[in-house]
Design a protein around this ligand. Structure first.
Ligand code: ADP
Length: 494
């Protein structure tokens, strides 16, 4: 404490530390300060008054803490402690009160030692508020430049849906000459476009991702086509919206990214068109081959049994090929919304029996069991539902190469019927349960064995079930078999 009684000059005389030298030789806008080990100002350089606006004499004897804003106390105390322990620390930036308000100072503080004892601290503080402001403005401009030049459209709306920011790509995508004109037009913006989904049907504006986020969803995305009502110009976009919350966790803004996928979509359409044409062309010769095969089989049956075995084998392969071609035709048809459903009331138990009979005959490795004694009627497209059951059953056989029981069962509730197909095969890890119903999703985990297929059977099944207002799902574990379920309605929806 004897330090308090000594003048700055005397201390300077007593000390020859490097820091002190540095302090003396510092620039004019740097304030030199000396504090005792408890943080009380012992002395301040005269330019303190010019830089802070405070009277120097008022602060000498006061604690430095009173200049620092409370939020920065922990940082300041940590520094003080480290300096006193003799640690070599980096400059510290603290927010301090000056006469005009709050500024930022960069503090370099070093201990003043007498022997081993720290008798005080000496330092230089530089006002870096202007420097900071410059950096802030620079980064803000830089960020704005980046925002403007992002290749995807970026749109920011406030919580009422009003446009706050739009970048150049978004302006161009909407067909406006400038940002100002787009913002001016925002009240009628949606009326300028028609929105369509992948099946060419109207995409409801209430389902637009930013609308969903404004209504409370934590994320929303969609793929749709928008057509300018006047110019008929059309683009495909993937739109993703996310909310920005305020400190209270309430919705403050919505940020939307629009990614133009028109070219990609056109390519995909051309590819699908090709697959559709190719499978259509394949179907005609396949049908003829099938007819000739059955004629041949009939004729040969009376003569030679060995040849009929070969014919049966060809028939089996032909039915696989026919199914593949039908699947390919279906998938392109479904995507383009060309599939028509013939809805009627039918007996699902009969359909299950019809599907399993021929499979039972051909299959000796698996015991196919049915828990299907009831006479259960459902509402749907009989042909398509037959397709779903056939698909689930052939998968159950294909993915249980070691054989075992396969069970088909029905569960009935007041309005619904659930059809289940259980196998004891290779099973599916839970991480794939949702994805296997996606287009061309296959698991490639089994390295010793590859299963033939295109990864579209479950996608087709799931599309069919969805069109019946039903659900399709799986419960399974790896190596523990799988059970696939789908639900159908017993009656027509009102
Ligand atoms: P594909 O069988 O032609 O590959 P699917 O769409 O029918 O196509 O099935 C998608 C994927 O789901 C399959 O590749 C397979 O990995 C998995 N899968 C389907 N059914 C089963 C099942 N019963 N057991 C285990 N895995 C299955």
């Amino acid at each position: 404490m004897n330090l308090l009684n000594k003048s700055l000059k005397k201390i300077l005389e007593q000390t020859s530390s490097e820091e002190l030298y540095c302090a003396i030789s510092s620039e004019e806008q740097d304030v030199l300060y000396m504090i005792d080990p408890y943080g009380f100002f012992v002395d301040l350089s005269p330019n303190f008054e010019k830089i802070t606006g405070w009277k120097r004499n008022y602060w000498i004897g006061k604690n430095m803490k009173d200049m620092i804003i409370p939020q920065d106390y922990p940082k300041a105390f940590k520094q003080l402690l480290a300096i006193k322990k003799g640690k070599n620390i980096k400059p510290c930036e603290l927010r301090v009160r000056v006469k005009k308000g709050i500024s930022i100072g960069r503090f370099i503080t070093r201990p003043l030692k007498k022997g081993k004892e720290v008798i005080g601290l000496i330092g230089i503080a530089k006002d870096i508020a202007i420097e900071r402001e410059k950096i802030f403005v620079h980064s803000k401009n830089q960020l704005f430049d980046i925002f403007q030049h992002v290749a995807d459209g970026v749109i920011v709306q406030d919580k009422s849906g009003k446009l706050i920011l739009v970048n150049q790509a978004a302006v161009l995508a909407a067909g406006y000459p400038s940002k100002q004109e787009l913002i001016k037009d925002q009240a009628v913006l949606l009326k300028r476009f028609e929105f369509n989904n992948e099946q060419g049907k109207p995409f409801p504006v209430t389902k637009l991702p930013w609308r969903r986020v404004l209504k409370g969803e934590s994320q929303a995305e969609a793929l749709f086509q928008y057509v300018h009502t006047k110019t008929r110009k059309q683009r495909w976009v993937i739109v993703k919206s996310r909310p920005i919350y305020d400190v209270m966790g309430k919705l403050n803004m919505v940020i939307t990214i629009t990614h133009d996928v028109t070219k990609h979509k056109e390519l995909e359409e051309r590819k699908e068109e090709f697959i559709s044409m190719a499978s259509h062309e394949l179907k005609t010769p396949l049908t003829s081959i099938n007819i000739y095969l059955s004629i041949l089989k009939k004729r040969l049956r009376t003569q030679d049994t060995t040849n009929t075995v070969f014919i049966s084998k060809i028939e089996k392969q032909m039915s696989k090929l026919t199914r593949l071609v039908t699947d390919l035709l279906d998938i392109t048809g479904m995507k383009a919304g060309r599939i028509h459903y013939q809805m009627e009331y039918f007996n699902i138990s009969d359909v299950i029996n019809e599907v399993i009979e021929p499979i039972k005959e051909m299959n000796i490795k698996h015991a196919i069991k049915v828990n299907n004694s009831k006479d259960v009627r459902v509402y749907g497209d009989k042909y398509r539902i037959t397709q779903v059951i056939t698909n689930l059953l052939s998968n159950a056989i294909k993915y249980s190469p070691e054989g075992g029981d396969i069970k088909i069962f029905l569960k009935e509730s007041h309005s619904k019927v659930i059809i289940g197909v259980r196998d004891h095969g290779i099973g599916i890890d839970s991480m794939h349960h949702k994805k296997i119903f996606e287009h061309m999703y296959q698991l490639n985990e089994n390295t010793e064995r590859t299963f033939p297929g295109l990864g579209i059977g479950l996608y087709i099944s799931s599309e069919i079930v969805k069109r019946h207002n039903g659900e399709i799902w799986v419960t399974s574990n790896k190596d523990r078999g799988s059970t696939f379920y789908f639900s159908l309605r017993k009656t027509k929806l009102p």
